[in-house]
Design a protein around this ligand. Sequence first.
Ligand SMILES: Cc1ncc(COP(=O)(O)O)c(C=O)c1O
Length: 397
Amino acid sequence: MTPTTHTRRRIDVDDDWQDLAALFAIRDDTIYLNHGSFGIAPRPVREARRRYIDRLDCQPMDFYVRELEPLLANALARLGQLTGTAAHNLVFAENATFAMNIVADSFPLSPGDEVLTNNHEYGAVHRIWNRATGRVGARHVVARLPESFESHQQIVDCLMNQASDRTRLLIVSHITSPTALIMPVQAICREAARRGIAVCIDGPHAPAHVPMELDQLGCDFYTASCHKWLSASLGTGFLFVQPRHHDTVQPQLLSWGRLLPKRPEQWFEEFIWSGTRDPSGYLSVVAAIDFMQQSVGLQAFRDRVRWMARQTADALIELTGQLPLGRDLDLWYGSMAHVPLPAGDWSQLQQHLWSQYGIEVPIIDFEGRWYIRVSHHLYNTLGHVKTLLDALHKAFR
Ligand SMILES: Cc1ncc(COP(=O)(O)O)c(C=O)c1O
């Protein structure tokens, strides 16, 4: 591939992004505005993965026994560079959900302890902590965040006011799923540390979407997926563990840890070999990082998709007459536009947009009110947004 250098691409000109958009093989009948749920990998990532599968299928013994460990170590080192930490603080997991389950199974909780989440967290994360706390007689407390998001300090104060002296762990999204808000995670970690509360950040939307500096963030655990904004293969995620917790975190799936005759000695080595499986997704994370850093340019990517999301949000606000939860769009949102829909029952709208227009976009029921969440990635154009707005205009009449 010989892409145009990213410095020459203008954020507001679709044509400047066409060479990159062409690398995403999206079905012709689809306008895909839901990268935030399931990302799509560009051709260089799919080809890299295919090459690993071929190498594995041709000589599994050589691949597993001699090649796998250095390849995984390199992939984790690259992921560490992207996310601001050392490889020895990271392990691959299939997705953020898997990583969160590892934390839930490892974090020491006693009867009466509290785990604090909030009402913007991902539903499955609530389920994970309901089970983990229920097993030991601890409590899962769901904090309520304000109706409108005005300032970072307001959110930190609101969360901390709902913590108690029994709160052991706070779970917070880096970017929330039902509401697309970028949370003030650094300030939350700082305040939690002051109170002796550990923090696990649920960050599947963060890699590539926003800058990450895990060592500086001050969290105890960070769970993420690479198959969202980083556009790695589906089924690729990771877990970051702060060194002081290395000794307590264990894999849920116990196997050899490393292939014999090697033996696991450090915490992360327990996660290298969890039985015979296809590691091609993890290994091709390197191709996704190369693509986003070198072919696209991370800052250029962020500028483009943020600009698009801002255009979409402004147009949706005008169309619906509704205000988004985060009042200052530049402070609270990245590449996803998130706006309430006019009053009414919009439970059929997502399916209607798909069946009538081929538009994939989530329509979300959050706290009894309907919202639209529009994701923007390299393959999206202003034309896609216009088709969506025209369709919504008709639906609202
Ligand atoms: C905030 C948040 N947490 C967790 C998840 C689960 O991610 P995955 O399915 O990659 O495990 C999602 C998925 O959209 C999410 O948005």
